[in-house]
Design a protein around this ligand. Structure first.
Ligand code: NOJ
Length: 725
């Protein structure tokens, strides 16, 4: 008999429900490391999984209680939001997406897994795979931005990175793909609000990143808090049991979001805890995070005939199977026994600095204001985010301490010891008091250049951080205008470093500052990374993974929009456009300048006519015409001008990066298999239709900057492909 069968045979109902329960503990960092009666409950076998427990000691102690003092000795599954690092923070996910480098995406996850597992964590609630096209929604910071194809690449890299090749390894974490699905489409960008998207949008946009994660072997999935067209995801049997498990073949654990089962009552689909628990279990949710609905509701649901004992066993089996795969039965302490070497930690910080510098997106650089000229002697570093180490962490920071982060001021002082660097606050992030602007201006008069550090506070994005405005909070605009007015009058460069967890609609800032760096939240080494770019030690290479709107009224904004029957035409009132603002974003997806200057030419695509089993080879020459070595990112888009359903104006199908010295040129090659040209036909079945396909290659999603060739797909209705198994 297998270990799991034997355990199931021996377990009481209480012990079974314990395995389906996940409860929050405190941490060594935040205080008492276990809440309420949890220690006794672990002993009694009625809590089998924990979240929010940090520190090797407390983790080990609670694991010891479970293993040595509970009747069956089943080890705990200990989980945490390890989103972009555990103690050493890397850039927030949206920022690291800007690297367009799956190797880096994988390695940051690997490093985070090493660090967290060294303190006994076995599961992370990451990656977040929600497509985010509405920057009012603050959670976009935790994901990859607007494009589902990017989401698929990131999903694969993250699952590999967290889980490694062997989930039972001491440094592997079980990954959780969240929040299934379409959470990013909340009404009006408002956190936790209702979602109602079409079946096509769901299948084409929101689900593909999750499909990629499942194919990559993700161990767990978390349904979103939200409903989808009237059915809360936590109770969505159609999408959990039928689509995820049945259609995609996912056999891992489904873990609810925090109290989401209890919230089925507030959604108005369950009248009490027993019914809520039954709905979730029947939909396929295995672990109840924080609602205690399974522990206290399922016994009654069983009595009322709302669920069967077999259904409970099925969920318990999946949880035990995950614990087994994680190697917890063999050695419950394999994670958390060997502290990391100081060399490994120092190396990780170096890596965080390099990734941080590469995540910066240079939005503007007029008159080559950057890198800062060597001739400058006095620099003013000003603004509410200039000396704000703790803010650099972003909204999720696991066990990272505030003083472990480098501020912009500290980074610049370390990088430019010969320069006199003054600091001024100017204004706070979101208060109305402008009295400190005068001091800032006085210091500005005495300086040769200004680094203006503006933005949102780190908690203005992330969970429960929707904003109706995409402008800078507080009086930062007043500060900027005063500084820029003075600087302009005497020709001093103003470099704006903009911190945010979303693209901000700040055309006024882009216009007034000489250079603007989108610095998101870059983590532990933020200040050093920013200094590396400002001083020219590193040429910026980040490319924005989200379209930057001109005005909040443009959202949702994304490059993959479908064509209108009346495309925008300034000469035609009755065309699809705004009266008061252009349709296009201020910065297109993929935009980002470097210290090089690149020219793309000679797009070649072979063959010109493509069969269903063939692959296109796409080549383009890239020349660095600038005076400095730099990295260019080349994006590959397609468009179907004629199909049985309207197709997006651009669809991303690939990207590549290339590093070139001044004057150097090289050829970039991308492959595009015909299967990538499939889409869902009118009946939502995947088809590869015959006809023309535009191949568009260039630096960003602005059509005017793309080189284009057209190829023909030689296929017909007969080439309808079976749906993915
Ligand atoms: C709620 C969030 O939505 C989810 O992403 C997170 O993993 C859980 N809380 C646990 O912290």
């Amino acid at each position: 008999m297998s270990r799991i069968d034997a355990l199931l045979g021996a377990m009481t109902l209480t012990e079974k429900l314990g395995q389906l329960t996940m409860t929050a503990a405190g941490s060594a960092v935040t205080g008492p490391f276990i809440a309420g009666d949890s220690t006794d409950a672990i002993r009694a076998g009625s809590i089998g999984n924990l979240l929010n427990l940090m520190g090797a000691e407390p983790v080990r102690e609670l694991q010891r209680i479970a293993v040595e003092e509970s009747r069956l000795g089943i080890p705990l599954l200990i989980a945490l939001d390890v989103i972009h690092g555990y103690r050493t923070l890397f850039p927030v996910p949206l920022a690291e997406t800007a690297l367009f480098d799956p190797e880096v995406w994988e390695r940051t996850a690997r490093e985070a897994a090493r660090e967290a597992s060294a303190e006994g964590i076995a599961m992370t609630f990451a990656p977040m795979l929600d497509v985010a096209r509405d920057p009012r929604w603050g959670r976009g910071v935790e994901g990859f931005g607007e494009d589902p194809w990017v989401g698929g690449c990131l999903a694969r890299a993250k699952v590999r990175g967290y889980q490694g090749s062997d989930l039972s390894a001491a440094d592997a974490l079980a990954a959780v793909a969240k929040h299934y699905g379409a959470y990013g489409a909340v009404t009006a960008g408002r956190e936790y609000a209702a979602v109602d998207v079409s079946e096509r949008a769901l299948r084409e946009v929101h689900l593909p990143p999750f499909e990629a994660a499942v194919t990559a072997g993700v161990s767990s999935v978390m349904p979103a808090f939200t409903d989808l067209a009237g059915i809360p995801m936590t109770a969505h049997a159609g999408l959990l049991r039928e689509w995820l498990r049945g259609r995609l073949g996912f056999d891992g654990v489904i873990v609810s979001d925090y109290n989401a089962i209890g919230e089925l009552i507030a959604h108005g689909v369950a009248s009490d805890r027993a019914q809520a628990a039954a709905l979730a279990l029947r939909a396929g949710v295995d672990i109840d995070m924080m609602a205690d609905a399974y522990r206290y509701g399922l016994p009654e649901a069983l009595q009322r005939g709302l669920v069967s004992a077999a259904l409970i066993d099925e969920a318990v089996r999946r949880v035990l199977r995950l614990k087994e795969r994680l190697g917890l039965f063999e050695d419950p302490y394999r994670r958390g026994t060997s502290p990391e070497s100081s060399t490994a930690m120092a190396e990780r910080r170096r890596f965080a600095r390099a990734v941080g510098a590469r995540a910066i997106v240079m939005l503007k650089n007029a008159g080559d204001a950057l890198p800062l000229a060597d001739s400058l002697r006095r620099l003013l570093v000003v603004g509410p985010l200039a000396d704000a180490a703790a803010e650099m962490r972003g909204p999720w920071h696991a066990a990272a301490s505030a003083d472990g982060c480098v501020s912009v001021l500290a980074g610049l002082r370390a990088a430019l010891p010969q320069m006199r660097i003054e600091h001024a606050l100017g204004v706070d992030i979101d208060v109305e008091d402008t009295s400190a602007i005068a001091t800032a201006l006085r210091r500005c008069r005495q300086s040769d250049a200004v680094v203006l550090c503006l933005g949102e506070a780190s908690l203005m994005s992330g969970e429960a951080a929707s904003r109706a405005s995409l402008d800078l909070p507080g009086r930062q605009r007043t500060l900027t205008e005063s500084i820029c007015k003075h600087a302009r009058s005497c020709g001093k460069p103003v470099i704006a470093v903009l911190f945010s967890g979303r693209p901000l609609a700040v055309p006024w800032l882009i216009e007034q500052a000489d250079a603007v760096l989108a610095a998101w939240f870059l983590g532990a080494e933020a200040g050093h990374a920013i200094a590396d770019v400002i001083t020219g030690k590193v040429s910026p290479s980040g490319r924005t993974p989200v379209s930057w709107p001109r005005a909040v009224g443009q959202v949702p904004i994304f490059f993959g929009q479908r064509p209108s029957g009346r495309p925008a035409d300034p000469a035609n009132r009755y065309s699809s456009r705004y009266l008061d603002v252009a349709n296009d974003p201020l910065f297109a997806f993929g935009h980002g300048l470097s210290y090089g200057r690149f020219k793309l030419s000679s797009l070649r695509v072979t063959p010109e006519s493509l069969g269903a089993d063939e692959t296109l080879a796409i080549q383009v020459d890239v020349l660095n015409e600038g005076r400095r070595a730099a990295q260019e990112t080349v994006f590959l888009f397609t468009h179907r001008p004629l199909a049985s359903v309207t197709r997006p104006l651009l669809e991303l199908k690939g990207f590549a990066k290339i590093e070139l010295r001044p004057g150097e040129s090289a050829t970039v090659t991308l492959q595009l298999p015909a299967t990538e040209l499939r889409y869902l036909g009118p009946d939502l079945q995947p088809v590869l239709e015959a006809g023309a396909v535009e191949i568009l290659v260039g630096p960003c999603a602005d059509r005017a900057q793309l080189l284009q060739k057209t190829v023909q797909v030689r296929a017909s209705g007969a080439s309808r492909l079976p749906p993915p198994s």
